[in-house]
Design a protein around this ligand. Structure first.
Ligand code: PMP
Length: 421
């Protein structure tokens, strides 16, 4: 039975039977969150991977304040504004070369829906029957119906199976078995003549921080290109320095046909997303009779205040210091996980760029493993914001994190293993 005194708020990805006590946060500052009861929490996962430069970065805050007093919302069909134009121009400068157009939306899931609709719209509008999508096993692309359909089937979407469309899934490239992945992709491209292949480059996030090398990404792009299959890179998590470069695709020297960015796009200050595409995908939606219009929008598309935050984020990336911080977080993270490689209580101790992950050896594994909520509670008591994916503990800090913060985080992880392994 639901307790009568509980808050009326229904929280996301939260089992209220286990977590009815929410931590009330009143202030964010750099890598820290300050709670109503006076505690300081180290935000070890950048508040769901969004807060790249730290909470309340002064440059982003002041950009938001300035824009909010000037123009805070405007219909984006038939109208435009400076913050959106500036963000689009800057994005095309930093994104892989060959991406020419920018479509705005407001969440990672929406940017994926837009990508799928762009891909299918492209084939439809040029008069070819290509409707099938190829995906990678264990992927996660968001919680809307299209995004769920291209994501892994499992506990997250078991209730909604009848809403989801059928896709072709290729295996995740585990070490030593990369060729099986590439062969499966090649055969799907040859036999099914799909519209597109969608993938999280270098790291599958929600699926368990599963990492694979850049050469596999490069090969997957080559295979798609050879069969005219559109290559969609979902960089919602991997973008904005997480993998060590601004975007993960850079490491494979890959230009996707369509790319999705969100999360760190505003430095984690406001919701915004973009889907970038090649000119010919835009051109296929260009017709005087309006039939080829890209029929997608949301009321707040390219909200000017969110765009001002994104512009401020892009300013910060122009400063070499941002990239230096990424490099130094990557180095500190490597040093921090090193001792865990020899710790028999952990398996698969791994890192790509600024992200580390390690699997605590437990009897049960997977997202619903009982150890997940226990770990979360343990870390909460330690004033650490960590949200393991089942028995997989990962650290994805804001780039302003210090060595002392990381010490606190990894001592917490070691102590959690002492208490729970
Ligand atoms: N794609 C990937 C790779 C993600 O990691 C996420 C969010 N974790 C999404 C899409 C969905 O983004 P959002 O939660 O902003 O809808």
């Amino acid at each position: 039975m639901t307790p009568k005194t509980r808050s009326p708020i229904w929280h996301p990805f939260t089992q209220h039977a286990l977590h009815d006590e929410m931590t009330r946060v009143v202030r964010g500052d750099g890598a820290y969150l300050h709670t109503a009861d006076g505690r300081r929490i180290v935000d070890s996962i950048s508040s769901w991977w969004v807060v790249t430069h730290g909470h309340c970065h002064p440059h982003i805050v002041s950009a938001i304040q300035n824009q909010a007093g000037k123009l805070n919302q405007i219909i984006f069909a038939g109208y435009t504004h400076d913050p959106a134009e500036e963000v689009a121009a800057l994005l095309l400068k930093v994104a892989p070369p060959g991406l020419d157009y920018v479509f705005f939306s407001d969440s990672g899931s929406a940017s994926v829906e837009v990508a799928l609709k762009m891909a299918l719209g492209y084939w439809h509008n040029i008069g070819k029957q290509r409707i099938r999508l190829v995906v990678m096993q264990h992927s996660y692309h968001g919680d809307t119906v299209g995004a769920m359909s291209v994501g892994a089937r499992g506990v997250f979407n078991a209730a909604y199976g009848s809403l989801l469309f059928d896709v072709t899934s290729i295996p995740f490239p585990t070490r030593g078995h990369e060729q099986a992945t590439l062969d499966a992709l090649e055969s799907a491209c040859r036999n099914e003549i799909p519209a597109a292949f969608i993938v999280e480059p270098l790291i599958l996030g929600v699926g368990g921080m599963l990492m694979y090398p850049a050469w596999v990404l490069r090969e997957m792009k080559r295979i798609c290109e050879a069969s005219d299959v559109l290559f969609i890179a979902d960089e919602v998590m991997t973008g904005w320095g997480r993998t060590g470069t601004l975007f993960a695709c850079e490491q494979a020297n890959v230009t996707p046909d369509i790319a999705c960015y969100s999360k760190g796009l505003t430095g984690g200050a406001l919701p915004l997303a973009v889907t970038l595409c090649r000119a010919d995908i835009f051109d296929a939606h260009y017709s005087k009779d309006r039939t080829r219009t890209f029929f997608h929008s949301s009321s707040y598309t390219a909200n000017p205040v969110a765009c001002a935050a994104a512009k401020a984020n892009l300013d910060l990336w122009q400063d070499p210091e941002s990239r230096q911080r990424v490099a130094s977080v990557a180095t500190m993270q490597e040093q921090a996980i090193e001792p865990f490689r020899a710790d028999p209580r952990f398996a698969n101790v791994r890192r790509t760029g600024t992200i580390t992950a390690l699997d605590l050896k437990t009897k049960d594994a997977g997202y619903l493993a009982g150890v997940g909520p226990k770990l979360q509670a343990f870390f909460k008591d330690r004033n650490l914001l960590l949200r393991p994916l089942g028995n997989t503990i990962y650290v994805m800090p804001p780039y302003c994190v210090t060595g002392a913060d990381l010490d606190e985080i990894y001592v917490g992880i070691r102590d959690a293993a002492d208490a729970l392994a």
